[in-house]
Each structure stands twice: as C-alpha cells, then as structure tokens.
Design a protein around this ligand. Structure first.
Ligand code: SF4
Length: 312
C-alpha cells in the first residue's frame, strides 16, 4: 500500500470537499494512479465506463483517463458538462489513425465494414460502422455480416480478433497502430516472469503481440481480468497490462497475489492525471470537453451499433 504524504492527504480532502460542493461524479479508468482510483465514484475499463455513461444521472462529470474516453462520454452525454484534469492526456495509438487514412481504406475496400476500437478519436468514430472494446471485439466482429472487416487502430487486437473469428481483418492504419504499453511486453519478459513465479498464471491484455499472447494462460480486457481470479483456483497471477491494475486487483482479491509482467508497463498519458490537476479542474471547473454537434451525431451511430449487437 502506497502511503500518501501530508500534502497529498490535504489535496485528497480538498478534492472530496469540492466534488461534493460542486456536485461532480468522478469516473476513473483502471489505469489512473491509485490515489485517483480511490477518489473515483466508479472505476472501470472502456466498455464499463462507456455503458455507465448512458446511466449516470448527474449532469456534471469529472473524467480521469485519456482524451478519447472523455470524448466517448461526451458523445453519449452531449448535454452533460464533462471536465478532465488535463487536456494533455492523450493516446498515441488512438492518434495513429486519422480520418484521411480511414477514407483511403474505405475507397479501396468499399464493401468492408469499418470497426473501430473505442481507443480512437471522435472524428474517426464518425466514419465507422461499429465500435468495439477489447472486451467485446471478438463478439462484435463475429456478429457482423461480413467476412472482411476494416479494423483499427490496434493491429494486435485486430490479429487476436482474426484468430478468434476466422474473418479477414484488414488492419488500419497497419503496422503503426499499437499500444506502446502492451506492445512492449516481450517473449523474454514472459519467460523471466514464469521463472520467477513458477506457480503463477499469466494474464495478458489482447493489445499484446501474438507471440506474447500465445505463451499466456488467459487473455482479457481489464474488466475481464477483474473476473478471472474469482473463477480460477490459482492463487498467484502475473499481470500483463498497465501497472494501474496492480492496484485494483489486490484490493478486490485480498487472498491472492498479483505481480506485474513488467514494471515498465506504464501509460505515461494516463499518469498525467494527478491530485494537483484534479483539484484545479474541480476548483475552476475547467478543461471542458466540447465536440462539434455533427461529430457527436455521427460518432454516436457506431457506438450504438455496438450496443445493439451486444444485446442481439
Ligand atoms: S494504455 Fe495504451 S491504449 Fe491505453 S491510453 Fe495508454 S497508450 Fe493508449
């Protein structure tokens, strides 16, 4: 357990006071720092947060994560005020795909539906047929009535979906689309971790490379990772995802042990959210997420298509 300093404790108290006084609900992704996870009313993965976004009654939300997630919240809640601690928390993988790239692939493959991982910008979502998350990508693609799919921006998740569905997945933007945090896990890391913790099962995120996935016992989104230790008798797990999960898992499963696959599994962008900028954002109610109406309308369609397929 990380001990907070006196300054941090003071900030935490001030944040709690401001949140109550100004009436904000705080939503935090599983990858934000542990102090912010503890301050959040709800923590979850992209899918959990996207779904919850449609159910929150409060019209003021402080979102802790990266920009494409805050945009998704805004798309699903256009009338709500959504603020973030910093506008600088972005996702290089989401940014690797642009509307121009999607348009050029659509021209080349006019009959292939476009499925975009929610880790994409609102402008790109506005050009997609469906969105998906790492938790439901296999389900969504298998339910679409087409054998060829344009899938982006994560080539690793795309290859996982191809493996599981048997469909032809054309990755967009291609080799440049990956999450640097998950793509960094190597076969050597898995070998070393297995040597160090011989009784542990290795769980990795589908954003990891195929070589790494093939050596692991379980592949799942962070939401699915939160369920697996309950279903499995094993007492020790090596976790191959962003280090933030090493805070959440032991809190939930107190009798089990969790080790990071690699200490360097850190998303620097998520870590740009900190106590100081959370406090300032609440104090000044600043860094509001705004999107053009047209983008909101268009980007909502593939998200709702995802929800429909999940219900069907
Ligand atoms: S963990 Fe990877 S996909 Fe998620 S926000 Fe960070 S860089 Fe993007």
């Amino acid at each position: 357990m990380i001990k907070e300093t006196a300054i941090e404790r003071e900030l935490i108290e001030k944040i709690k006071e401001l949140k109550e006084k100004k009436g904000y609900t705080i939503l935090g992704h599983n990858y934000v720092i542990s102090e912010l996870q503890d301050l959040s009313d709800i923590t979850g993965d992209s899918l959990q947060l996207a779904r919850l976004a449609t159910e929150i009654e409060n019209d003021k939300i402080l979102f802790l994560g990266v920009d494409f997630m805050a945009e998704t919240l805004k798309i699903l809640n256009p009338s709500k005020k959504i603020i973030v601690p910093t506008k600088g928390s972005t996702c290089p993988m989401a940014n690797s795909l642009t509307p121009e790239i999607i348009k050029s692939f659509k021209e080349k493959y006019p009959n292939a539906p476009v499925v975009l991982y929610v880790n994409s910008t609102a402008e790109c979502k506005a050009l997609a047929d469906y969105t998906c998350t790492s938790a439901n990508a296999v389900e969504i693609v298998s339910k679409i009535d087409s054998d060829t799919i344009l899938f982006g921006p994560d080539k690793n998740l795309g290859s996982y979906v191809a493996e599981k569905t048997g469909k032809k997945i054309i990755p967009i933007p291609g080799e440049t689309g990956y999450c640097y945090v998950h793509n960094r896990f190597s076969v050597e890391d898995v070998r070393k971790a297995k040597e160090k913790y011989p009784n542990a099962k290795i769980i990795v995120h589908p954003e990891s490379s195929k070589e790494v996935r093939d050596l692991c016992e379980y592949i799942g989104s962070t939401g699915q990772m939160m369920k697996f230790p309950k279903e499995d008798e094993t007492e020790e797990f090596i976790i191959g995802t962003e280090i933030g999960m090493i805070h959440k898992l032991p809190k939930t499963f107190k009798d089990k042990k969790f080790y990071p696959l690699k200490e360097l599994g850190i998303c620097n962008n998520m870590k740009k959210n900190n106590l100081k900028n959370v406090y300032e954002a609440l104090l000044n109610e600043e860094n509001e997420i705004n999107l053009p109406e047209e983008i909101i309308e268009k980007a909502k369609i593939p998200i709702m298509n995802m929800f429909k397929l999940m219900e069907g």
